[in-house]
Design a protein around this ligand. Structure first.
Ligand code: AHR
Length: 489
């Protein structure tokens, strides 16, 4: 058994980990909103105002801090007025991006904002810049946030909501270099400025406006965009990066049937996120003062499950996805000086989902459990952590980050990415004299997943620890994610 040393220094605080780094994304795509989240009030599936109770409970358990909606590519074709008013009177439309299915708009602004209120999470709207109008977006902001007398606020009241909602995060457009209008960065930059001008702060509500940033390594987009969009126009830009194991979008690979080689290629590709953040950050620092990065789409993208609608992006989720999630969340923590939000794609039944549903059945994926293990990092301070590392198949075997919360409690999260070796980890913890430690673990064979027949195959267990003079020792089995908690006495 290889022994590895680790050091954590509770006194060495680095940056604040915004709770929004643990954010999620729900698009009108496949079975994410309909069937996954929203089943309607008349469904036999237990629900609150049409939203599944099991989903609400699962989201609350991981302290979901922010939810992005309504897309994705869908956002730039969405016209919010179609989704308010009496459900039976709402206009139907064709969801041209995702399967050409009929969208009946039964889940709209009220349903989304009420869900966020129920969850205690921030709503994050993606506004339609691609095919909408400045007036339409300005009206939506007025409808949602204005407390006084205006045509939009009055319409909201007639539709049953007296008080405005709070809206902080507003993305203006989505992937406008692609599905959101195929624009050039300078053109989008000017359009962004025009739209942003009319998105007002009403009734004490303060918008945090986010401009559409680059696709993965399109550094030119970031550079050109920030020649036009300045700190006083936007608080952040977005970054989209998906992990595609083969790197080939026409044959991405199976979610469940993959070789060891494909596994290591997946982890290597996911860790590339750190390079992307560093390089875009360097460009941003040349143009801006304090602009942040919102990674509002990330996760694994595989070929759809055989026999399912290719436009619905439904895929299974294994321990490989758990390792991917842990690696990304650790690196978002470590880059929390610049990354202020991240949103996994997507919350239910789409891509690297937290939850899978089939009728009334619901399964929590390995990825869900990782968010459970990492939730204590939310709103904590990143602290110094170091793990004496070894490399396996070109990647560092152990991914890690650590934080301390307001009450002085330590959280350290680790992933052993190796499929070949277990490690004994000796963690020296500075600044936590006399603390008590506990640990929890998620582990399994790399292809292990939860199914509707066996929803508990991959689950969190307690992990044995041994107290040492200045910290703890624990075993990090191959293919595992571990959370260590420390409480100063
Ligand atoms: O998450 C699926 C799609 O991926 C989103 O709609 C789009 O923004 C991205 O290309």
């Amino acid at each position: 058994m290889k022994e590895l040393k680790a050091v954590v220094n509770v006194l060495d605080k680095k940056s604040h980990i915004n709770r929004e780094i643990y954010g999620h994304f729900s698009e009108h795509l496949g079975r994410c909103i309909y069937e996954g989240i929203f089943v309607g009030k008349d469904s036999s599936i237990p629900n609150t105002d049409g939203v599944r109770n099991d989903v609400i409970e699962a989201f609350k358990n991981i302290h979901m801090p922010v939810l992005r909606w309504p897309g994705g590519c869908f956002a730039d074709e969405y016209h919010w007025r179609d989704g308010v008013g009496a459900p039976q009177d709402r206009k139907k439309m064709v969801n041209t991006h995702w399967g050409g299915v009929t969208e009946d708009n039964s889940f709209g602004t009220h349903e989304f904002f009420n869900l966020c209120e129920e969850l205690g999470c921030e709503p994050y709207l993606a506004g339609n810049l691609g095919s909408g109008s400045v007036q339409e977006l300005a009206d939506w902001i007025g409808y949602i946030t204005f407390d006084g007398v205006s045509p939009m606020a009055d319409l909201r009241r007639r539709n049953g909501r007296e008080k405005p909602w709070k809206l902080k995060y507003l993305g203006i457009g989505n992937e406008n270099w692609g599905c959101g209008g195929n624009m050039r960065p300078e053109f989008y930059g000017d359009e962004y400025r025009r739209y942003a001008t009319y998105c007002r702060n009403f009734s004490g509500n303060e918008l945090f406006k986010i401009a559409c940033g680059p696709n993965a390594d399109d550094y030119d987009w970031t550079d050109q965009l920030l020649g036009v969009v300045k700190d006083w126009h936007a608080r952040a830009i977005s970054l989209h990066y998906y992990t595609v194991p083969t790197g080939d979008w026409s044959h991405k690979g199976s979610a469940t049937d993959f070789s060891e080689e494909e596994y290591y290629a997946t982890i290597q590709k996911t860790l590339y996120m750190e390079t992307l953040i560093a390089k875009h950050k360097a460009i941003m620092s040349r143009h801006t003062g304090n602009m942040k990065l919102v990674i509002d789409e990330w996760g694994c993208w595989y070929d759809v499950e055989p026999g399912t609608n290719p436009g619905f992006l439904f895929q299974q989720n294994t321990m490989r996805d758990a390792i991917v999630a842990a690696c990304n969340l650790n690196l978002f923590n470590r880059n929390s000086d610049i990354v202020c939000m991240a949103n996994l794609a997507q919350a239910v039944n789409v891509l690297q989902a937290l939850l899978l549903t089939e009728g009334e059945r619901l399964v929590k994926t390995p990825t869900y459990h990782v968010f459970d293990l990492f939730k204590e990092h939310q709103d904590s301070e990143l602290i110094y952590s170091f793990v004496e590392n070894v490399r396996v198949h070109e990647i560092p075997a152990v991914s890690h980050s650590a934080s301390v919360d307001r009450e002085g409690r330590l959280t350290m999260t680790l992933a052993n990415c190796s499929l070949e070796e277990d490690y004994d980890l000796d963690i020296h913890i500075l600044g936590m004299d006399g603390a008590d430690y506990t640990a929890r673990i998620l582990t399994g064979e790399v292809h292990a997943c939860n199914t509707f027949e066996d929803g508990e195959r991959v689950h969190i267990c307690d992990c044995k620890t041994e107290k040492t003079e200045d910290g703890i020792r624990l075993r990090l089995p191959r293919c595992s994610v571990v959370q260590v908690r420390g409480n100063a006495k």
